[in-house]
Write a protein that binds this ligand. Structure first.
Ligand code: NAD
Ligand code: UDP
Length: 337
């Protein structure tokens, strides 16, 4: 099959491309390199079944493919809030462009949605039939509401045009190839611990998240794309039900790095959800899927990745100001669309 992965040069997308190639599929990786990097897929470039296309998903594109994994969208709050209008455009216009493509060529299409559609949830753990508690006008809304509209479009293209759609609601996922300056909690804590810096815990640190290792997630996504079942067009939660407070996560990172850590409490960002835990009964039933990698094991693999990367780049590490400037440049380019 020829498979399109949008956002394929990003963290999850690059693991997905790698896995699909290992199964002898032909992969087209499409990315505008906002938060993705060529280096994430550099090792795949020599594979004759792999193609890398620089393209912004807010613009239509004509391709002939059998399946589409629509992952393009910045996922870290720091990145998706950098140019919020562009984030909405990527989710909404990106979904429309990809659904139009799927409709034209008869491809099956999967949308990477998110646990953020549940907002600050009042139901715990979260089941797929919960409508969520999302602020439509806050700083996280560009991401949360963008993904909610993307889900709406997927359901309507299915009902109206009979497009073969899938929706995965991904809970916090971590692993190698997250950006060092990503801003998400796992990469922040690991990088800080490796550098001997204080770990920045936002708020009291008693808010919870459930962390899934990237290989487990990719396995679930591929199963969802390929399973045949009656009501498979409905959203499916994928995540690891193990739930940790940020204070507990800091201690787990300390163990994985093998160092003593100090905590620095910082202000809690606006609308930060208090709790998050997936109910994965639907994924178990439809996909026979559940995560196999514990937080301790996954953190060890991720620490190994960052330890190696930080050693290699320590002499040329960008200052925060330089990183922000680089991001601004990329974002201004993207904003023109
Ligand atoms: P990421 O930022 O590493 O990857 C996103 C990729 O999309 C990057 O390569 C980026 O350059 C690309 N991209 C962004 N805007 C684009 C545009 N307009 N056109 C083309 N490419 C564009 O993030 P990730 O963690 O790999 O997330 C991948 C997907 O999974 C996202 O859709 C995200 O919303 C979803 N998701 C991730 C998590 C998680 O915990 N990692 C949780 C829930 C949902
Ligand atoms: N967080 C933190 N320190 C950091 C980064 C994040 O305590 O350096 C907290 C953040 O406030 C949130 C949780 O960790 O409560 C998860 O944040 P992340 O950005 O990784 O994911 P999301 O909030 O989108 O689930």
């Amino acid at each position: 099959m020829r498979i399109l992965v949008t956002g394929g040069a990003g963290f999850i997308g690059s693991h997905l491309c790698e896995r699909l190639l290992s199964e002898n599929q032909e992969v087209i990786c499409l990315d505008n390199f906002f938060t993705g990097r060529k280096s994430n897929v550099a090792h795949l470039l020599d594979d004759k079944h792999f193609e890398l296309v620089r393209h912004d998903l807010t613009e239509p594109i004509l391709l002939e493919v059998d399946q589409i994994y629509n992952l393009a969208c910045p996922a870290s709050p720091v990145h998706y809030q950098f140019n919020p209008v562009k984030t909405v455009k990527t989710s909404v216009m990106g979904a429309i462009n990809m659904l139009g493509l799927a409709k034209r060529v008869g491809a099956r299409i999967l949308q990477a949605s998110t646990s953020e559609v549940y907002g600050d949830p009042l139901i715990h753990p979260q089941t797929e039939d919960y409508f969520g508690n999302v602020n439509p006008i806050g700083l996280r809304s560009c991401y949360d509401e963008g993904k909610r509209v993307a889900e709406t479009l997927f359901m309507d293209y299915h009902r109206q045009n009979n497009v073969d759609t899938r929706i995965v609601r991904i809970f916090n996922t971590y692993g190698p190839r997250m950006l060092e300056n990503d801003g998400r909690v796992v990469s922040n804590f690991i990088v800080q611990a490796l550098r001997g810096e204080d770990l920045t815990v936002y708020g009291s640190g008693e808010q919870t998240r459930s962390f899934c290792y990237v290989d487990d997630l990719v396995e679930g996504i591929i199963r969802l794309m390929n399973v045949k079942a009656e009501d498979i067009h409905l959203p499916v939660n994928l995540g690891n039900p193990g739930e940790f407070t940020m204070n507990e996560l800091a201690q787990e990172v300390a163990k994985a790095v093998g160092t003593n850590i100090k905590i620095r409490n910082m202000p809690l960002p606006q609308d930060d959800p208090k709790q998050r835990q997936p109910n994965i009964a639907r994924a178990r039933e439809l996909l026979d899927w559940s995560p196999t990698i514990s937080l301790a094991e996954g953190l060890q693999k991720t620490v190994a990745y960052f330890a190696d990367g930080l050693e290699n780049t320590s002499t040329e590490r960008k200052s925060n100001a330089e990183t922000k400037k680089a991001l601004k440049g990329q974002s201004e380019l993207s904003a023109k669309n």
